[in-house]
Design a protein around this ligand. Structure first.
Ligand code: ADP
Ligand code: MG
Length: 549
């Protein structure tokens, strides 16, 4: 008879399993640990983190998603928290710390409810309801941005940059960012920040950063005999090699006399000359080639006074096309004057000791470059991250045309209104919605803590202001009081908040609903097996790849 004696094993030996409260407790603790790791970086007075990887490379950053990506996180629930930051980064580019901190706090509040024996599915349901209501409230308190409102766009960029290494030259950088985004905005109002190329150079100071109304290509012209400067450039973008075509099949040419060799070489030269002539005939005086340009071709191009660059990256070619209006030509036969683009000036110049090519004075460029400078590698790297964030948020506002106040103002307002909403819901879900409401206060509280202020005092002051109807009051971390953030110019895109709250809630709900963690034992890899087996991360590759042991 079964049921006595022999236990029944349904899982592979070595599989570990945690269930019920234990599983929940573990997952919540891991998620909270992730939130705690980034919490101190939040806000204008947040601190930075120094991350050192296994080979000793150092990253110094304040950016939530960068910190989490650099940390080698193993725990499956913790990994889910990292996903929040990644989603936030993909969708909006900013607010990554906020999203993770809110996620952690939602789970912390849920833990209290679990202790009071509220069932996880009730909490999950309440959280979902609250998250939905929060979206509604956020849309209600957001205000509209008129198209072309440079002032607001600059404020948006500034808020995204505060607290990053770029503080000192914020004004100048925000100007560059807003200019860049305005230029690349398409007629239909969409913005693709891919069209702003950020080029980093160590040397000089942040103040020397500049915008190029066109492109910067980190390359040199192929031949010193070519002009360094071309005005009224007619640009050919070629995605085909300018060289003697090698035969597709392996062919052997046997040459038996010097005459034959000469003939062969002449033939080769003739062919290349024909290609170069085709370029000249098109009227191009600048060639950006995605493939190679061989020595003989370089010589003839230089002789013709054509500025040529080879092995240009595909992404740069696409941007060049947008900046100059040129078409990407993919075969030699297709070269013609109609495919050319234009730029007022193309020049090779030294930047911090390295030659770079500047494609400038483009008419209505739809791709631009920002060149950033700073004292050290770490400075420019962090600057680049700050600029990328700012570019993204400005682009988001140009697209959505909706912003909210910053400094914890929306979180306080949400918290108050969600409490009202909770009492209208009633039942046990009310408890969960209330927990959600107080979890959001973690943002102003953390802003206060990170600025060395008393979080309780500040929260009381903020709540009072909001109860009196001052919806845009947030924490002025410099003056240590509640102020009108909208008037102070601390604004953020609406999408930063809607996305942060919805992904934080989703992950919290997902983690809460797990009551059983079944983890396969770590496989011992055979000698020489790569570390990352692709897609094997996650839950420890449960049950995957039988026969690999
Ligand atoms: P995240 O990764 O979430 O963007 P940040 O470190 O950039 O984290 O901090 C964002 C928070 O800091 C937001 O809540 C924002 O409103 C707030 N904040 C930014 N600038 C100010 C400011 N000048 N005064 C008060 N709060 C600010
Ligand atoms: Mg930010």
């Amino acid at each position: 008879m079964s049921g006595q004696g022999q236990p029944i094993f349904i899982l592979r030996e070595g599989t570990s399993r945690t269930r019920g409260r234990d599983a929940q407790g573990n997952n919540i603790a891991a998620a909270k640990a992730v939130a705690a790791a980034v919490r101190t970086t939040l806000g204008p007075k947040g601190m930075d983190k120094m991350l050192v990887d296994t080979i000793g490379d150092v990253v110094i950053t304040n950016d939530g998603v960068t910190i989490l990506k650099e940390m080698d996180i193993e725990h499956p629930a913790a990994k889910m928290m990292v996903e929040i930051a990644k989603t936030q980064d993909d969708e909006v580019g900013d607010g990554t710390t906020t999203a993770v901190v809110v996620g952690g706090e939602l789970l912390k509040k849920a833990e209290d409810l679990l202790e009071q024996d509220v069932h996880p599915t009730v909490i999950a349901q309440g959280y979902r309801q609250a998250a939905q209501k929060a979206q509604e409230i956020l849309r209600d308190i957001a205000f509209d941005v008129k198209p072309g409102d440079i002032d607001i766009l600059t404020r948006i960029a500034e808020t995204a940059m505060t607290g990053k290494g770029a503080e000192v030259s914020k004004e100048k950088l925000c100007d560059l960012i807003v200019k860049a985004i305005t230029m690349i905005t398409d007629e239909d109002g969409t913005v693709d920040t891919e069209n702003v190329k950020v080029e980093k150079k160590v040397g000089g100071s942040i103040e020397d950063s500049e915008i190029i109304e066109g492109m910067i290509i980190d390359k040199e012209r192929v031949h010193p005999g070519m002009p360094k400067l071309v005005k009224d450039a007619k640009i050919l973008l070629l995605n085909a090699a300018i060289e003697f075509k090698k035969t597709e099949v392996d062919a052997e040419i046997s040459i038996t006399s010097p005459d034959q060799l000469q003939m062969f070489l002449d033939e080769e030269e003739k062919m290349i000359k024909a290609i170069v002539n085709k370029v000249i005939a098109s009227g191009a005086n600048v060639v950006f080639c995605q493939k190679g340009i061989d020595d003989i071709a370089q010589h003839y191009l230089a002789k013709a006074g054509i500025f040529a660059v080879r092995r240009v990256k595909k992404s740069d070619m696409e941007k060049l096309a947008r900046a100059t209006g040129a078409a990407l030509v993919s075969s030699i036969d297709a070269i013609s004057s109609e495919e050319l683009g234009k730029a007022g000036k193309i020049e090779e110049r030294k930047v911090s000791g390295e030659e770079m090519i500047f494609v400038e004075e483009c008419l209505n460029p739809k791709a631009v470059s920002i060149i950033i400078k700073g004292g050290t590698d770490h400075v420019v790297d962090e600057l680049e991250r700050a600029i990328e964030d700012a570019l993204r948020v400005v682009a988001v506002v140009v697209e959505d045309k909706k912003v909210v106040a910053g400094g914890g103002a929306p979180e306080i307002e949400l918290s108050l209104r969600l409490r009202d909403y909770a009492s209208s819901v009633g039942g046990r879900a009310q408890l969960a919605i209330e927990a959600f409401a107080s979890a959001l206060e973690i943002i102003p509280r953390t802003l206060a803590e990170n600025a060395g202020l008393d979080p309780i005092d500040m929260l009381v002051e903020l709540r009072a202001a909001h109860e009196q109807g001052h919806k845009t009051y947030g924490l002025d971390v410099y003056q240590a009081k509640a102020t009108d953030m909208k008037a102070a110019g601390v604004v953020e895109p609406l999408r930063v908040k809607t996305q942060a709250i919805s992904s934080a809630a989703e992950v919290a709900v997902m983690i809460l609903r797990i009551d059983d963690v079944i983890a396969a034992s770590k496989m011992s890899r055979p000698e020489g097996m790569p570390d990352d087996m692709g897609g094997m991360g996650g839950m420890g590759g449960m049950g995957g790849m039988p026969g690999m042991m």
